[in-house]
Design a protein around this ligand. Structure first.
Ligand SMILES: Cc1cc2nc3c(=O)[nH]c(=O)nc-3n(C[C@H](O)[C@H](O)[C@H](O)COP(=O)(O)OP(=O)(O)OC[C@H]3O[C@@H](n4cnc5c(N)ncnc54)[C@H](O)[C@@H]3O)c2cc1C
Length: 491
């Protein structure tokens, strides 16, 4: 029953990041008769690109594939957060999506009732504190995969004694002045690689303190093919499509190489770094990861900016563990004393399963880890719900677009069948299937997944029961997935 003051929609989209705005576009385009609303906890759209405000924040992926397939990207491949938000703002405006989006609406609880075949969502307006209730037939979870309010900072001894400032890039303070300061950046991933070149010129010195090295790949922030096509005044839509095909073919080849000839690829990547830092630089210590390429994300360094800082002596790499913070900085395990006014902990994020929303299904609390995933987007025992989780080795948005097509097809299929409930369930032939962790550690093992992977749903060995992480297979498999193969049960 819909209570007084409760708003009902056919589809409720959680989050106005790149996935949620894309979902709103596809729903308008492919299922124009569906009433929907997008609820977003933050004050505006953008998600990741609104939350992160540290100097230099930019994409790691090219925007031909991180951009939507339906809206040409006309800038250089790597974009700043601001450019990505401008692009998303245009999508919202061009498609009249603003009227569907409610900002500062945080969803706290979601309750499924099989008697009504609908979700009830308890929502807090973060600006007024007002409590609201929404109901919907279908829940489209576009809440990302990490907690936006706070990043992950490990516990280190001595932080209380440290007299400088400790800052996490995810909650970058507006008043932080790094000019002329000595700064330690802890971490070695994409965030550290982005932030360090952005501040190095202004700082007295920057130390990049990492426990273990990362693979880097440096190149110009340009795409020759795209530049040529632009010169020929080829329409933007064509250039976007051609650039996507080229980027995806090249990335596919590199991904394949990472499995077939990991040593060769490793040598190529290390050679790239050597070309930037010279033959005498200690690549072995600072830039030779212990894992094979692509077991964690390869960080892109546009125009080699990070390496320029190292060459010019503004940035020093330190590969060591933290023994303790001291009053003035950090002492490492090997006894090196680093002195700094500011320590930036680029140590990653906290995995957040389902947007920290408390889920209940017919009065039973849902433990997401007890479910098995249907194609990495739906879950056994969880009706009328899809979660957008992108790719590790390809742009997130590729999958957001593919899942959107799937959801729209599923909604139309349900209408044609005259049903109001769809829930994934293991078939008799799946009963003895071994249940495995969400991600195969051997395949991909970034720290946040190693820390919190146990909170995620299980997967099975068959493609129907896992997130394959393979765009190149899924681009054909998802549109062709048989909605009546028994994995989805309708009512
Ligand atoms: C610094 C950084 C750089 C990255 N760079 C890349 C890259 O270059 N390429 C790539 O492919 N991936 C990248 N990623 C991964 C990135 O998160 C995704 O690509 C993508 O932006 C995720 O989009 P999303 O819309 O699914 O989720 P998000 O961007 O996380 O947005 C989710 C939205 O949902 C809202 N929300 C969450 N919970 C609730 C709730 N309970 N109620 C209401 N609203 C809620 C949040 O406020 C947020 O606005 C990066 C991640 C980070 C942290």
């Amino acid at each position: 029953m819909t209570g007084e003051g409760t708003e009902h929609v056919d589809v409720l989209i959680v989050g106005a990041g790149i996935s949620g705005v894309g979902a709103a576009y596809h729903l308008t385009d492919q299922c124009p008769e569906k009433r929907f609303v997008v609820l977003e906890a933050l004050e505006s759209f953008g998600g990741t690109w609104l939350t992160h405000r540290y100097p230099g924040i930019r994409s790691d992926s090219d925007l031909y594939t991180f951009g939507y397939r339906f809206k040409p990207w006309v800038g250089p491949p790597i974009a700043t957060a601001e450019e990505i938000r401008t692009y998303m703002g245009e999508v919202i405006e061009e498609n009249d999506l603003a009227r569907h989006i409610r900002y500062q609406h945080r969803i706290d609880r979601a309750t499924w009732s099989s008697a009504d075949d609908r979700w009830t969502l308890e929502v807090t307006r973060t600006d007024t504190g007002e409590q609201l209730t929404f109901t919907c037939g279908f829940l489209w979870m576009c809440q990302g995969y990490y907690r936006h309010a706070q990043g992950y900072t490990p516990e280190w001894p001595g932080t209380d004694a440290y007299t400088g400032r400790i800052v996490h890039p995810q909650t970058w303070p507006d008043d932080l002045d790094h000019v002329g300061k000595k700064v330690i950046v802890i971490g070695s991933g994409a965030t550290a690689a982005t932030l360090v070149p952005a501040i190095a010129d202004d700082c007295e010195h920057v130390w990049l303190l990492q426990r273990s090295p990362t693979y880097f790949w440096a190149d110009r922030n340009a795409n020759e093919l795209v530049d040529q096509l632009r010169e020929l005044e080829v329409p933007d839509e064509w250039i976007h499509e051609i650039a996507r095909r080229k980027v995806l073919r090249d990335q596919g080849a590199i991904t394949q190489l990472s499995f077939d000839e990991p040593e060769f690829l490793r040598e190529q990547l290390l050679e790239g770094v050597r070309n930037h830092l010279g033959p005498d630089y200690d690549i072995d210590t600072h830039f030779s990861p212990k894992y094979r390429p692509w077991q964690q994300r390869i960080a892109f360094v546009p125009n080699g900016d990070l390496f320029a800082g190292i060459r010019e002596g503004k940035v020093t790499m330190v590969t060591d563990e933290i023994e303790t913070f001291t009053e003035t900085g950090i002492r490492t395990r090997s006894g090196e004393e680093l002195t700094a006014d500011i320590v930036i902990t680029a140590t990653g994020f906290e995995l957040s399963v389902l947007g920290d929303i408390e889920f209940t299904i017919d009065d039973e609390p849902l433990d997401f880890a007890d479910t098995v995933t249907y194609r990495g987007m739906m879950f056994t025992g969880v009706p009328n719900m899809v979660w957008v989780f992108g790719y590790f080795r390809a742009s997130w948005t590729l999958r957001a677009d593919l899942i959107a097509d799937f959801v729209c097809r599923l909604l139309r299929h349900m209408d044609a069948k005259g049903v109001t409930r769809v829930v994934p369930a293991l078939r008799p032939e799946d009963a003895d299937m071994p249940l495995l962790p969400w991600v195969d550690e051997e395949n991909f093992n970034p720290n946040y997944l190693m820390r919190s992977g146990h909170l995620l749903p299980k997967r099975g060995p068959k493609p129907e029961w896992q997130h394959t992480q393979d765009y190149w297979a899924e681009k054909d498999a998802l549109p062709a997935a048989d909605l009546d193969d028994g994995c989805l049960v309708y009512d």
